[in-house]
Write a protein that binds this ligand. Sequence first.
Ligand code: NAD
Length: 480
Amino acid sequence: MKKIQNYINGAFENPIQNGWMDNYNPSTGEVYSQIPNSTQEDVEIAYQSAAKAFKTWSNTTIDERSKIISKIAQLIEEKLDKLALAESIDNGKPLSLAKTIDIPRASSNFQFFANAITQFSSEAHESVGLNAFNFTLRHPIGVVGCISPWNLPLYLFTWKIAPALVTGNTVVAKPSEVTPMTAYLLGKICNEAGLPKGVLNIVHGLGHTTGQAIVAHPNIKAISFTGGTTTGAHIARVAAPMFKKLSLELGGKNPNLIFADCDYDKMLAVTLKSSFANQGQICLCGSRIFVERSIYEKFKTDFIAKTKALKIGNPLAEDTNIGALVSKAHLEKVKSYIDIAEQEGGTILAGGNYVTIKGFENGYYLEPTIIEIKNSNCRLNQEEIFGPVVTIMPFDTDEEALQLANGVRYGLSSTVWTNNLNRSMHLAKYLEAGIVWINTWLMRDLRTPFGGMKDSGVGREGGFEALRFFTEPKNVCIKY
Ligand code: NAD
């Protein structure tokens, strides 16, 4: 059976205590590889290797760094088919999605930051009347930690690693233990691209052991984390007494506000995606749908029909829309929410059941599910389910729509469908979310700030925000 290894100091290593864990293929429910169950000792060796590499890497020219990072982007692009297949098998997502979204974006992440660093500059301030001049030096922080989740494995892993590396830091990174494969392959790509030894170190293992060792390491001075809100709160508690720099990209429960004056067909097609793409396992999915009452019944009928027509099955088949959920535990968690629907006064309008696929009987499949709710305060509408489950509910006024949208602890993204400019601008201003999409969803320009408000996180990634996060600003004041 294939063994994934840690990537430390440019070499592939077994975990020191030789502990291994099973890695499942969600489409079949079978174990298909083993991954290191790394301990604090492995993290320490990864840290030592990163610390050793820091001096040289932080002093390489921007051109040189940019060239190597760009080469990684190019190699990911060249290996798109292989990486997409690995991602689909590891995660259960449709291969078509991995080919068109996950892997191209992983390549873009490196290419974008390879370009961005060449345009990154620091500020200068003349203290007029005082005969003094200030400028800001921006140094890399040192060894930084990057920890990512399973839903968009290589996409989110590289979204952190690329800006960390390009700014001259060295990295100890941990992908999700549920989807380790493409991170493992990335190590090989980094060697091929000529990334010096020790600049990137990838340690595999569980969150509360391996991840915890990264966060608690006294000399890893910044942590960029994407994952659940509860985990984020724990990480903040561990890191705060050590005054670490923290970027936390956490959970979401995003509203999708649909007004009667929208471009209906376009809205319907995109709403299907924002509800169920990647089996609903995207932090940006619009899992709370609110529809203006005058088109509510029509929307309901059309949305149910489109949802029922989605093809669930083998992620590798070209015509599959909905693949497998990422793990058995996650499948059961998502189903447990569906099971409380009636108790909460909800009505299941579509889906709601496990699915058995011929030839893949032990895979983790679930029908895309629409639940009509009467009360927006129910758990189904308040808690992050992170699966192919959406709630729907009508509204009457703009003010009510805004209140419903903002009536959760989360504030990651929001979507609005309307052709009314005044309404768009009003909602853009008052929606409590890090992103407001108007008449679109998941459209990303990598220069824009990305992150959440409220319990969806602290800090922003993307563009110069990420380059600022991974550097330490220092004011130099010269009196003349
Ligand atoms: P998770 O919090 O369980 O795990 C995320 C990562 O953190 C994994 O690598 C895990 O091993 C590690 N981890 C767990 N406990 C840790 C600890 N004590 N110390 C250090 N590391 C630890 O999340 P998940 O189930 O992998 O991912 C799903 C969650 O991620 C959802 O809540 C989703 O909304 C969120 N997410 C957010 C964004 C965003 O950009 N805001 C993007 C994708 C996913």
